[in-house]
Design a protein around this ligand. Sequence first.
Ligand code: NAP
Ligand code: MG
Length: 499
Amino acid sequence: MADLKVDLTAPNGKKFALPTGLFIGNEFVKSASGAKITSINPTNEEEICSVEAASPEDIDKAVAVARAALNHESWRDISATERGRLLYKLADLAEQEREVLATIETWDNGKPFGDATGDLQEVIDVLRYYAGYADKIHGQTIPTTSQKFAYTLKQPIGVCAQIIPWNYPLAMAAWKLGPALACGNTVVLKPAEQTPLSILYFADLIRKAGFPPGVVNITNGYGKDAGQALASHADVDKVAFTGSTATGKHIMKTASSNMKNITLETGGKSPLLVFEDADIDQAAKWAHAGIMSNMGQICTATSRVLVQASVYDQFVEAFVAVVRTTSKVGDPFAEDTFQGPQVTKTQYQRVLSYVESGKAEGATLATGGKPSPIGGKGYFIEPTVFTNVKPGMRIYREEVFGPFVAIAVFGDEAEAVAMANDTTYGLGAAVFSRDVERAHRVAGRIDAGMVWINSSNDSDFRVPFGGVKQSGIGRELGEAGLAAYSQIKAVHVNLGQKL
Ligand code: NAP
Ligand code: MG
């Protein structure tokens, strides 16, 4: 059967053929129900193309194919070194196709092309990092008595459902596929309905790299049917999810039906603390990068900036100046653009609704807060800074997920830590101080999965990533990321001790 494909020309002139089917068993196929997702370019609100959307019936098929692949000798009996080689090959293919993949990402998601190119580097690096781990995943030998020992095996968990968001479509896929495949699992991955395209081009590379049919299946679809069907499926062994805390809680409940293993990366309202002994200009630059990058659509975005009273005015002045000079909003394919559109109209309206909330609750709008369309189109919003924000306000407590920051004041270190921890979230945090002792002490006391000292959001694939409290369960990336995709079997060996 011929693959479903469409010929496209991107706004930057790049031409390519994009598969549009569900990727099941290394083929691009039609959905059983005929349902489609139409993808929108957030820059001009025009349709890009439509792709197949999985129904629960398609999910059943994808899970069955993933189960068969798990038990098939071509994957079950493959050497760990060969598994690594396949991942290296996939990374090489992604590197060769980097420009097309980044083009699709920018077109569909709205992120600046330079950022999309950076995302592709991350994809390549993550795949190579886990490729190298594939044949270094092993257990222990545990001596017990002179006539007995035990050993442990690290085995794959099985069929893994991976449900990912739209803010970093390919990078989120790579974070999950890399360790899952290195550990020998099979996967059914559901991308977000807002950004279904780049992963289809990537799926073709998975097949070209030589992964056996069914090892990776990619089922675009809507959360409430395809996502729900995956999270509740009785033959899925694990669900790994990145997205909102509300959906994460729902998935956790759904996954309990057959006690699936779970990894959740959810929301955040990460604080960035500026102490009076900080380098204020550096703090202002990093605070800008920490909230305004990727249109503020980052789960770890440091969206709550807490500044010591004695340097509050100085910091606000420096920060607003950086925002005004650096955050150029515009066409994401233009080289000098820092900030493209929000991903969808829904997200755009959501961010604007928080501007109204901030004003209504009495915070000061220091800059931004307005739509910034190009030729009357696009989900562009001016980078928005609220100052004099109080801890009771919604803009201080709720995740906005946009180029939107709330700045508040603190008196001393104890108050700074108490304010930082006064949240249901616990994903990231940043501390600016030139006092080494204070910086490490505060890093230790903040309830967060990750703390940056004198930087923000410079995450790295070699370092564990994840949250505490309602920001998630488990870790991705780094060596810790492997633990999410293997389980330990203990084998007891009797060398002669008689019963
Ligand atoms: P979301 O609902 O959490 O979506 C994330 C993923 O979960 C998508 O693939 C989504 O599919 C899927 N999903 C939705 N409902 C599901 C269900 N019942 N069962 C299984 N899967 C389901 O997030 P969103 O609606 O796109 O964004 C809303 C807010 O979430 C944002 O404003 C932001 O605050 C937060 N968010 C956080 C992150 C992060 O990285 N932590 C990323 C994105 C969004 P569909 O997209 O097809 O519905
Ligand atoms: Mg889109």
